[in-house]
Write a protein that binds this ligand. Sequence first.
Ligand code: NAD
Length: 493
Amino acid sequence: MEPCPVFIGGRWFTPDGLPTSPVHNPSTGEVIAECPLGDAALVNAAVQAASDAFPVWSETPPIERARIFFRYRQLIETNFDKLCKLVSREHGKTLSEARGDVYRGMENVEYACGAPTLLMGDTLENLARRVDCETVLQPLGVCAGITPFNFPVMVPMWMFPLALVCGNTFVLKPSEKVPLSAVLLIELLQEAGLPEGVLNLVHGGRESVDTLLTHPTVRAISFVGSSPVAKYIHETGTKHGKRVQANGGAKNYIVIMPDADMPKSIEALATAAFGCAGERCMAGSTAITVGAAADKMLPSLTEAAKAIRVGRTDIEQQPDMGALISAAHRDRVVSLIDGGADQGAKVLCDGRGVKVDGAPNGFYVGATIVDQVASEMTIAQEEIFGPVLNVMRTDKLDEAIELANRSAYGNGAAIFTQSGHAAREFKHRVKAGMVGVNVGVPATVAMFPFTGWDASFYGDLHIQGKEGVQFYTQQKVITSRWFGSEVEDVWRK
Ligand code: NAD
């Protein structure tokens, strides 16, 4: 069993007497660690440590704070393979997908290294005669991050590097399903020279989250997870006077026009739907075909899906797709496919009951394509978060856009076409915050905000980019006038 310690005030320890939750290797179903579920006392201690560290850290020059993150970036690169293997082992995604997770996380560290520039304010001389005005960005205080299971490195890295370079201190509460990657991430940051108490790690579920949401010292909460929890986090956090950014779930639509470059579109669609076994908030989980696109695309897409090899990701010989996070999640995905079939949809490629040699207890579902899905079916409404592509058929682009816009979510949407007009209509009219044109997964990278809409985001300032800097700082506007007789005389002349 691997240790799963917390990190509070610069000290690693495994708390005594707390209930635990098993961490699995999804490839085999084996339990690899026990995650301690933090209670109020543990979380209070972490917030206190962060609060104690704030006065010195917030006065540390931004360039010095950034220097720690330059070293951190180097350490991530040196430990890249180790991090990827750990992500793969506790999450189940393939090594190549884990590399994407770590790489995207590292880009957020690179962005945060620009702190001295990112934190610059504006000035205007002579706002009125001899009156100057300047803005400065100051940190908030103690911030907290609560993260989901599906990107064990990237999502925590959306939060703490930027929060810290902005001068805040931080408490991270990663998913109890994948806590080990967070442990390694913080060990590396400690090695990079982060002072004690600046970043603290607690584990747990609802009790630990509620303690952060209601703690009077915590000034801001960043959350990523499912929509019902995101809504709850936003409501509870704001009620307790905190700034909150809460990313929720998604249901993303990919429109395929009949004039699309079919081979390239099919390849991109398969990656969007089945990459990371569909456990991505930007997964292209529904293809909306227009006119003849369905018949042009489906035979090759079905063939491609059937060729996807599912298997263990914790061994050298890598498959194309790994396991889902848990047995319960696998069963939910299977029951949603069952429900779609019962309600009249047609399963063209069926990943239910897939078997992997030597891993009878792994949490597997193979690539699945469900055709002729109608909007009233449960499978069309709920986020599946598995390797399942719904296909909905329409006759016209207008109808496709209208169908996509009926969704309660608004994370991502994409169109595959060679028509500038169709692309322009789609990108202008579709109700989603991240839009792709011939790009299946238009997830934004570190320099841009992650702009979910509707039930995919609760809050005002999004995660990442300049909005991320705004979220983790408060602006002060200073208006100054200095009296001096010589200057006064010049003015009077
Ligand atoms: P989840 O909502 O179950 O858990 C997320 C975090 O919230 C975890 O740390 C968990 O411990 C905590 N949590 C769970 N239930 C809670 C409750 N009742 N009260 C307080 N805290 C609670 O999400 P998950 O299953 O870990 O992750 C998958 C979900 O995350 C999917 O819906 C996916 O779309 C979403 N997601 C969204 C984005 C985005 O940027 N929009 C990115 C990644 C994942």
